[in-house]
Design a protein around this ligand. Structure first.
Ligand SMILES: CC(C)(COP(=O)(O)OP(=O)(O)OC[C@H]1O[C@@H](n2cnc3c(N)ncnc32)[C@H](O)[C@@H]1OP(=O)(O)O)[C@@H](O)C(=O)NCCC(=O)NCCS
Length: 177
């Protein structure tokens, strides 16, 4: 069910609280709900890894996004630990019926604050599809800037390679409120 090393990572995963969301380690009992969310067309369209073992990989810290006690999505980060290139990368998805209510913005802001204030990262990246206008809007609202297009970066559900947008946020860019 969980990928190699995942249980070790879970033991290190903190509980984080935002205005609406609680982020906590994923429990095995959350996995069926998360896999059902991954199969929703509006999620699958933008998030290609549709089984849990491809989300919860070694080296990633994965949180369940909880709103009013229910699992409504997932947010994860991975760290580049080479001291000369240190940064973190983030990815997230929110269930279709919970989208558009500020949940993704809240979850992302909480993780960014944790990465910057607690783990002392100075730079965070994220890489939506160039066509994922909603995600790009959310990321820019929080302070990410567009770096450039990565051509034929990821393979979509239709099997075609498509362009990705590399975005980065420096610690001082974060819109905290
Ligand atoms: C992208 C995603 C994480 C955003 O989370 P969310 O909870 O839906 O987002 P929020 O409700 O916090 O904010 C949505 C914002 O996008 C805006 N928006 C909605 N549709 C949009 C569109 N087509 N183009 C531009 N902006 C759009 C909303 O107006 C809102 O902005 P505002 O707060 O300035 O009004 C979520 O929609 C999702 O999981 N989508 C499917 C999977 C995915 O794309 N994951 C990201 C992979 S990089």
């Amino acid at each position: 069910m969980a990928g190699p090393g995942a249980s070790d990572d879970r033991a290190q995963t903190p509980i984080l609280r935002g205005a609406q969301v609680v982020l906590r380690p994923v429990a095995d009992t959350d996995v069926p709900a998360l896999e059902a969310i991954l199969r929703e067309p509006e999620v699958k369209r933008w998030w290609m890894r549709d089984t849990w073992d491809r989300v919860d990989e070694e080296g990633s810290t994965v949180f369940a996004i909880i709103v009013d006690g229910a699992v409504v999505g997932c947010i994860e980060y991975a760290e580049e630990t080479d001291p000369d290139y240190r940064h973190a990368g983030i990815d997230l998805f929110v269930a279709t019926q919970s989208q558009g209510r500020g949940i993704g913005t809240d979850a992302l802001r909480v993780v960014l604050i944790y990465l910057i204030d607690e783990l002392e990262h100075h730079r965070v990246i994220i890489d939506p599809s160039v066509e994922n206008e909603r995600a790009i809007h959310v990321y820019e609202k929080l302070g990410f800037r567009q770096v450039g297009v990565m051509r034929r970066y990821e393979r979509g559900a239709d099997g075609e390679w498509r362009d990705g947008l590399l975005m980065e946020l420096l610690a001082e860019d974060l819109a905290r409120a």
